[in-house]
Ligand binder design. Structure first.
Ligand SMILES: *[C@@H]1O[C@H](CO)[C@@H](O)[C@H](O)[C@H]1NC(C)=O
Ligand SMILES: *[C@@H]1O[C@H](CO)[C@@H](O)[C@H](O)[C@H]1NC(C)=O
Ligand SMILES: *[C@@H]1O[C@H](CO)[C@@H](O)[C@H](O)[C@H]1NC(C)=O
Length: 224
């Protein structure tokens, strides 16, 4: 019995250590993430999973920053894929519509009541909502003259991802999916969705090895 117990302990300890190592962060990265931590928005139902929100600069010369809201999976986030959700439009906010009306954990109902969505997609994945391009939702540009259009949106979203992965590097080693609806299916808005390379391959740490989990890139598209 004693032998069995210590064998179990060794197994559990090694396992715990292994999962902690893959999820371990240096203090600087941890501080960056904590700075974006959302503890609770007013009127929000209590939840156990973590959420983060903030700006990621995508163009320093224009002073352009894209806004995101990120929800860890309700359970075992380290074992779940990462899913980037993009609404269409062009010009529809993923935070205002995808999160608050469709598939996020907090649905905003009549009289600004926030209701927990029992069918929230963060049951299955770590869920990232991006307002893109600058000018949509909370995303902005400080330049009065700026480039808009699909190319600029695609480039902005790509730069967002590169910089977001620097802030949340633990998600570089999980499966990654891009999903969206309507105009988000336009191949310039989500170019990686149609052809995983070359854009995603150039994100440091996301280069594609055959059979690598990091190849898990998929897209959902509807009603273009
Ligand atoms: C935009 O301008 C504001 C006000 O000057 C500044 O605080 C902010 O950092 C600028 N944003 C970017 C992305 O440079
Ligand atoms: C929420 O979903 C779970 C799992 O599908 C189900 O067991 C539960 O009854 C649902 N609760 C409500 C209030 O719909
Ligand atoms: C957008 O990019 C494509 C492919 O690189 C190019 O053919 C097209 O001319 C660009 N459009 C604009 C408006 O810059």
């Amino acid at each position: 019995m004693g032998v069995l117990k210590s064998a179990q302990c060794v197994f559990l300890c090694v396992f715990a250590l292994a999962s902690r190592i893959s999820w371990a962060l240096d203090p600087e990265t941890e501080a960056l993430q904590e700075a974006d931590r959302v503890w609770q928005i007013p009127g929000q139902p209590l939840v156990k999973f973590k959420q983060y929100s903030g700006y990621v600069t995508t163009d320093e010369s224009y002073g352009k920053a894209l806004f995101y809201w990120f929800f860890e999976a309700t359970q075992k986030p380290a074992e779940k894929p990462l899913l980037l959700w993009l609404n269409g439009g062009p010009g529809c906010s993923s935070v205002g519509f995808g999160e608050a009306q469709e598939l996020g954990p907090f649905l905003v109902r009549k009289d600004s009541v926030i209701k927990f969505n029992n069918y929230t997609w963060n049951r299955a994945a770590n869920l990232l909502f991006l307002d893109a391009p600058a000018g949509v939702g909370f995303s902005y540009s400080n330049a009065s003259i700026d480039n808009y259009g699909d190319n600029s949106t695609a480039l902005g979203s790509y730069t967002f991802l590169v910089n977001w992965f620097k802030r949340f590097p633990q998600y570089k080693s999980t499966e990654f999916y891009i999903a969206g609806e309507s105009y988000a299916g336009n191949k310039k808005v989500a170019p990686e969705a149609i052809s995983p390379c070359p854009l995603l391959c150039s994100i440091p740490g996301m280069s594609q090895a055959p059979g690598s989990k990091k190849q898990g890139i998929a897209a959902v598209q509807s009603g273009v």
